[in-house]
Design a protein around this ligand. Sequence first.
Ligand code: ATP
Ligand code: MG
Length: 314
Amino acid sequence: MNPIAIQTNALSRSFEALKAVDRLSIEVPTGSIFGFLGPNGSGKTTTIRLLLGLLAPTEGSGRVLGHDIRSEADAIRLKSGALLEHNGLYQRLSAENNLDFYGEVWHMPTVERKRRIQELLTHLDLWERRTEIVGRWSRGMQQKLAIARTLLHHPALVFMDEPTAGLDPLAAAALHKDLASLAEKEGVTIFMTTHNLAEAEKLCQQVAVIRKGRLLATGPLEALRAQAGGPRLEVLGRDFTPQALEALQARPEVLDVAQQNNRLLINLRQASDTSSLVGLLIEQGVQVDEVRKGKANLEEVFITLMEEDAEAES
Ligand SMILES: Nc1ncnc2c1ncn2[C@@H]1O[C@H](COP(=O)(O)OP(=O)(O)OP(=O)(O)O)[C@@H](O)[C@H]1O
Ligand SMILES: [Mg+2]
C-alpha cells in the first residue's frame, strides 16, 4: 500500500484574479485522519474539488491514491467517498432507496448492498425510518444519511467537508467514534475540514492550516502545538496584584505573564519545576484556586497563525 494517500505539489486554482488555492503542497499519510483547517473562504472546499478532479487546477499537480488528479480523476472517484457541502441526497426518495440507488451506481452486488445498507442505517439509528421520504427529514438526519452514502462502498479514502456541521453533540460524538475506528481498523484515510477545532484536536493525527489559499502550517498535531508555544502554566484565582505579577516576571524561568480576569497565563522558557512559582504567588497574597500545566491548544495555534499571517501581509 502506498504510504501517502494524497500528495500535492504547488497545487493552485484561480478564479479570475482570485487565488482560491495558492501553491499548496501537502502530504496525507494513508490510514490517518487529516484535518484541513482554515477560515471561511480560505480554499478548503476548492481543494477537495481539485483532489476529486471535479475542478481543474490552474497550476501545480496532485496525486490521490496513486492517481494523477488531472488525468485519472475517474479512478480517484471510484475509490473515494465524498461528503461535500451538498449532501447529494434525492429529496423525493426514501432513505433506503437513496442508498440503494447509490449502491447500484457503485455496482455493489444486491446481497452485499442490502447487507451494507442495513448495517449503516442501523448503526446510525435510522433503520426504523428507512422508508420515509428524505425531504421531510431534519438537517442532522439528512447529514447522517449522507455519511452513510459516503461510506457505502467501503472507500479507501473519504473526503468530508464539515461532516459534523448540524449534528447534535451525541450524533457528532458517535460520528467521531466511527471515523476513528474506520481509520484505525480498516486503514481508511479521512481528509476532513471542520471549523470545530476541538473536534480536529480530538480526531486528527495530522493537520494543515491554510489562509487565503496558502499553507501556513502542516504536520502532526502535537508538533504544531509544541511549535506554537513552549511549556506554560495557567493559574486560576483571585487577587492578582501588580506586585505579584512583577515578582513572577522577575523570575528567570518566566518568559512572560498575561492576566485575563481571574486567569493568569505564564509562558515559561523551559519546562521546570513550577511549584515554586505557585508558592511565590501565594506569598504575594494571591488566592490560587486551580493550576494547570500545558501547551497551546489547537485553537490558540490557529488564531496565532492567522494573526501572524495577517500582520505579515500588512
Ligand atoms: N466556482 C467559483 N467561482 C468563483 N469563485 C469561487 C468558486 N469557488 C470558490 N470560489 C472562491 O474561492 C474562495 C475559496 O472558497 P472555498 O469554498 O474553497 O472556501 P472554504 O475554505 O471551503 O470556505 P468555508 O469554510 O466557508 O466553506 C472563495 O473566495 C470563493 O468565493
Ligand atoms: Mg467550504
